[in-house]
Design a protein around this ligand. Structure first.
Ligand code: PXL
Length: 267
């Protein structure tokens, strides 16, 4: 039996909904062996759910990268929360040094419910150094606006413009997810731009769904598809089907948040 291996370079979301927890659950459900380079640990305050970020030191991160990249070699990899500009640069160097393939960049700049960039220094470095290594980049509308130097991305036309601009930065394929952020619409769109064509996936908002970790899960599903040798449009199709089920069966964790049901495709 073929064993396909995927790597995530990402933070731990202690609540289990986002970050490397979401990535590993997704890899597993998609029949791909998962590995982690841990970058930060996010812990939430139980009374307010405010997030604190505890970084892992750079030497420990370098050792983890060499374990999986030199010692094993994944078929595909993704990035999640990177936490500092220095770490973004280390990831870009490592992609070249170890000749890593099938790179999915999830340019995590905000967590669910936030509208300001968490670590500006990391966001700048993603734009200047990491985007060009992306076989696929998967920003939400806030991240897309930042990367494309646009005031806002709030319509399908904006998404198309942003995707073209981000493609010009060097990403081979750009997937922008409107999520539930479009202000005046019941419809959500995910748009894949491959440099020539737009592939548009329209879907209805799922009422009362919990979508914490949706960005991580989607980019992990893309990574799993590429690890298995699917083309980008095929991986997009498979990731969309996986998300549809995981979001429809999402559930509450506490009064602040909930999680996707990663195993919903088996129900
Ligand atoms: O969903 C963005 C995200 C990514 N990575 C980690 C997180 C979060 C949001 O909470 O905690 C580790």
């Amino acid at each position: 039996m073929a064993n396909y291996k995927a790597l995530t370079i990402a933070g731990s979301d202690t609540s289990g909904a986002a970050g490397m927890e979401a990535d590993l659950k997704t890899f597993e459900e998609m029949n791909v062996y998962g590995m982690v380079v841990l970058t930060v640990i996010v812990a939430q305050h139980p009374e307010s759910w405010a997030h604190d970020i505890f970084p892992i030191d750079m030497n420990t991160i370098k050792r983890q990268i060499s374990t999986v990249a030199a010692g094993i070699k994944p078929n595909a990899m993704k990035t999640g929360m990177l936490g500092s500009g220095e770490l973004v640069e280390l990831v870009a160097e490592s992609i070249q040094k170890y000749d890593l393939q099938n790179i999915v960049i999830d340019p995590v700049m905000v967590c669910k419910g936030m509208d300001t960039i968490m670590v500006p220094d990391a966001a700048r470095a993603i734009k200047s150094t990491l985007v060009k290594f992306a076989d696929v980049i998967t920003p939400n509308t806030l991240e897309a606006a930042y990367l494309a130097d646009m005031e806002q991305v709030d319509s399908l036309e904006d998404i198309k413009e942003a995707a073209q601009k981000i493609h010009k930065l060097g990403a081979k394929n750009v997937i922008i997810k409107s999520g539930s952020r479009f202000s005046d619409s019941d419809v959500m769109v995910d748009v894949l731009f491959d440099g020539k064509e737009f592939h548009i996936k329209e879907k209805s908002k799922v009422p009362n769904a919990y979508n914490s970790g949706a960005g991580c899960t989607f980019s992990a599903a893309m990574t799993a598809g590429l690890a298995k040798g699917l083309s980008v449009p095929e991986a997009f199709q498979e990731a969309e089907m996986f998300m549809q089920k995981a979001v429809s069966s999402s559930f509450k964790l506490n009064q602040f948040t909930g999680a996707l049901c990663h195993w919903a495709h088996k129900l």
